[in-house]
Design a protein around this ligand. Structure first.
Ligand SMILES: *Cc1c(COP(=O)(O)O)cnc(C)c1O
Length: 386
């Protein structure tokens, strides 16, 4: 269908529903079939219709990879069994001895993968404050091969200037990896700002319904994409066709969900800002929030994640986290239902004692798409327990 030409100019919402989703050639089915076959018939030795063996390539996975890559405004997309499997694949691009500069607030599992799995194998890393670019330039280690950042970060929601960081890194020969899990491509497209590789935990907003674990890489550069595709197949951490279908289905509604997540998050922020039990509210839209200016430039809206510190300390934070009814006390984020958690003891426990340790009076909310007034009422009653 001259697919690439047609997609040029399509808006995000249209791409979400149509990119990679052509009706099935054999049956006309308007939803790509879940292709469970592990192997594909060849007419002659080596002559096939683009698929040989499902680890190397699968039609359902291709449909999902084309869809999410289009959403990220990237030419290539690669799906993985989890966000961490995708991240692991990225680090395999580095030569041994090359350093990873990691933003000093990041998902605990990313920290663990870099500091506890790759570092002992000879891949050094340094935590840096990417909000102070003069210091980053002044302290730039010669052996840096990759700058790895989240924006907004997990769990402090700090935002960084992707364009400025990409410029500094590229001048010094380093790749820029942006974990876009919190923002999603609807709110921010790092490739258009100079990032080389965009990482996703598709488990979160892309899937959006807390029912699939998945990972994704979006890349514009052909050479980098080829190397990642080689490792995707060679190391084999691929998702199942059913998981690909779930992510693809979830991503079709990403735009409308993110609009509602952002709107509900604002209602929650309004409650927290005024509340005496709350010490500090962390949300990128707030004018005094770290990186607000960068967020305002590079994001369409501010998303569904809200964090706050509790005036009464760790015990009060733990009581609040255990006192909500609608907000489920659970790890993870980015789905239709609202979640509450205590990062210090849950998602970020592995960062304790490191430069990425989080405050013990911190609470993180993944604000869902229920009615805002029910969410506000639930959190308000829980804050009374502080
Ligand atoms: C959850 C998460 C990951 C890891 O993804 P998994 O799918 O759990 O492996 C990576 N980065 C961020 C920001 C996350 O929230």
């Amino acid at each position: 269908m001259g697919e690439e030409e047609q997609q040029v100019g399509w808006a995000f919402e249209t791409l979400a529903i149509h990119a990679g989703q052509e009706p099935d050639a054999g049956t006309g089915a308007v939803v790509p079939p879940i292709s469970l076959a592990t192997t594909f018939a060849q007419r002659e030795v080596g002559v096939h219709q683009g698929y040989e063996y499902s680890r190397s390539g699968n039609p359902t996975r291709t449909a999902m990879e084309e869809q999410i890559a289009a959403l990220e405004a990237a030419r290539h997309g690669l799906a993985f069994a989890s966000g961490l499997a995708a991240e692991d694949n990225v680090i395999r691009l580095l030569e041994q001895g090359r350093r990873i500069l990691l933003g000093n607030d990041a998902y605990g599992g990313t920290f663990r993968l870099i500091a506890k799995v790759w570092s002992p194998m000879g891949y050094p890393w340094t935590a840096v404050d990417l909000g102070d670019l003069d210091a980053v330039v002044a302290g730039w280690p010669e052996d840096t091969g990759m700058v790895w950042l989240e924006t907004p970060t997990n769990p402090l929601l700090t935002c960084f200037d992707i364009e400025a960081i990409a410029e500094i890194a590229h001048e010094r020969g380093a790749l820029v990896v942006v974990d876009n899990t919190f923002a999603t491509p609807y709110l921010q497209q790092p490739v258009t700002l100079g990032a080389d590789i965009v990482v996703h935990s598709a488990t979160k907003y892309l899937g959006g319904h807390s029912d699939v674990v998945g990972g994704f890489l979006a890349v514009d550069d052909d050479t980098i994409a080829d190397r990642l595709r080689f490792t995707q197949n060679a190391a084999g951490a691929v998702p199942s066709p059913f998981d690909c279908y779930l992510v693809m289905r979830g991503a079709k509604t990403l735009g409308v969900r993110m609009d509602r997540h952002s709107e509900n998050a604002r209602a929650i922020v309004d409650l927290l800002i005024e509340h005496p039990a709350v010490d500090r509210v962390l949300y990128p839209q707030l004018p005094d929030h770290p990186g607000h200016a960068a967020a305002a430039r590079q994001m369409r809206d501010y998303g569904g994640m809200v964090s706050f510190t509790v005036a009464g300390g760790e015990e009060a934070a733990r009581r609040i986290a255990a006192s909500t009814e609608l907000f489920t006390l659970a790890e993870s984020l980015g789905a239709v239902e609202s979640l509450i958690e205590h990062p210090g003891a849950m998602t970020h426990a592995s960062a304790a004692g490191s430069p990425l340790e989080v405050p013990d009076n911190l609470i993180r909310l993944s604000v869902g798409i229920e009615h805002a007034s029910d969410l506000v009422a639930d959190l308000a009653q829980a804050l009374e327990r502080a």
